[in-house]
Structure formats: structure tokens, C-alpha cells
Design a protein around this ligand. Sequence first.
Ligand SMILES: Cc1cc2nc3c(=O)[nH]c(=O)nc-3n(C[C@H](O)[C@H](O)[C@H](O)COP(=O)(O)O)c2cc1C
Length: 174
Amino acid sequence: MKKTALLYWAPGGNVEKAAHSIVAQFEQGTIELKDVAGFDLKRLNEFDQFIFGCATIGAEIWLDAKADNKWNEFFVKTEQLSFAGKKFALYGLGDQVKYPDYFVDSLGYLKTEIEKRGGTIVGEWPTAGYSFTDSEGAEKGMFYGLALDEDHQPELSHERIVKWVALVKQAFSK
Ligand SMILES: Cc1cc2nc3c(=O)[nH]c(=O)nc-3n(C[C@H](O)[C@H](O)[C@H](O)COP(=O)(O)O)c2cc1C
């Protein structure tokens, strides 16, 4: 059976909360949950499919490998590795009211880095129902993964997660 890992950063906030809600949609024992800093990179090839979760906390952080964002460290350490043959579903936390020009930008960052290593993105999600002006995490009416806004639409998160996980399971099973 194909193995799935959900890796997220950062712990202790909305990204982690969403991680637990997503995992709850999978059958017990079919998905492994880890914060990305606690994930042993030697285990990458144990998994065929991944869910990656992150929040957008200012674009400049992505560019600074020394910043305390463990996704950055993950991508620095995996620079020479191939993700070919693996599928990746993304989810991103953001705030569409305070940051309407940068809403869930980090979905774009994750997609770029994964595709550089040959991985395949699945689980795109429509931008309908959100209100923002620009995002590096979307094109042609679709986000590169699930966008969640716990600051302004927390009541919609559960339903979004349920629907999105159903899509992701389909994509993983192909
Ligand atoms: C300093 C700071 C910068 C942020 N920048 C953005 C941003 O550029 N785009 C966006 O969509 N959300 C932005 N947000 C909102 C967060 O992504 C959002 O609140 C998220 O739910 C935080 O997740 P966490 O609790 O796991 O850290 C920012 C939040 C903070 C505190």
C-alpha cells in the first residue's frame, strides 16, 4: 500500500490545528503526521505521497535560509534529491483581509520547490469563496492547494478540509 506523510511547519498554531483535522479524515494508521523539523530525511523514500502544510508569514522569510522556518531548511537539505514519482498535496494558512495582495503566497513557494525536484502537485482548490487581490499561491482561479483562513473564515475550515481531503485521496489513488 502507498504510504502517506503529512509534514507541516510551524507547530502550535493554525497550521498544526489544520494538520490534525486533515489527518482525522484518513483511516487510522494510513498517514503519518510530523512537524517538518522532526522528520528524518532518510525516511523520504518510505513515502509515495505527501501532504505539506505551511502558513504565509511574510515573503522575505522564504528567501532567508537562516530564518526560523523549517520548510526553508527542508528545501535546502533536499536540494540534490529527486521527488520524481511522488505526489504532493499542499495546504496553506493565510489571512485574506490583512494580506489581500499576498494571500497564501507560500503555496507558490512550496509548489516551485517541489516541482524543481520533480514532484507532482495534486489537490488544487478553487479560489471561489475567498476575497483577495493577488496570490503567488494561485493561478487561473485555482490555488495550488487548500487555502485556509482561520483569522476570517474559521467556520468554513472544517467543510473545506473534508471536501479537499476527498479530492486528495482520489488523486493519491490514481
Ligand atoms: C507577521 C505576519 C505576517 C503574515 N503575512 C501573511 C501574508 O503575507 N499572507 C497571508 O496570507 N497571511 C499572512 N499572515 C497570516 C498568517 O498566515 C495566518 O494568521 C495563519 O493562520 C498563521 O498560522 P499559524 O498560527 O500556524 O502561525 C501573516 C501573519 C503574521 C503574524
